[in-house]
Design a protein around this ligand. Sequence first.
Ligand code: ZN
Ligand code: ZN
Length: 117
Amino acid sequence: MPTIKKPLLVRSIEQIDAHTFGIEWTDGCRCRWRISHLRRNCPCANCVDEWTGRTLLDKNKVDDNLMALGIESVGRYALTVKFADGHNTGIFTFRYLRELCQNPGCTHPKRPPEELR
Ligand SMILES: [Zn+2]
Ligand SMILES: [Zn+2]
């Protein structure tokens, strides 16, 4: 019998500290991200040129201690983060979040740091 791959879903979202949040997924992985890391890798059209893929955001201007005012789900596949700097147009798909994961203990595939935008 082939195993049916279940879609990856969020089991719980937790605030780890003022600058970090984590997600426990339905496959048991517990990922975590610094808010500033997500802000620097925001995939929205204001931060990344849709046609060329070039980064428009000046990452050096992102505060390492940036906080999030809120995190909301978008359908069953993504999250949007309300950043404290007023930015809230980025949609982070679950797949993209896993690529950006900063938990060294996670064993799922991650994007190598040099490929991060
Ligand atoms: Zn992870
Ligand atoms: Zn953005």
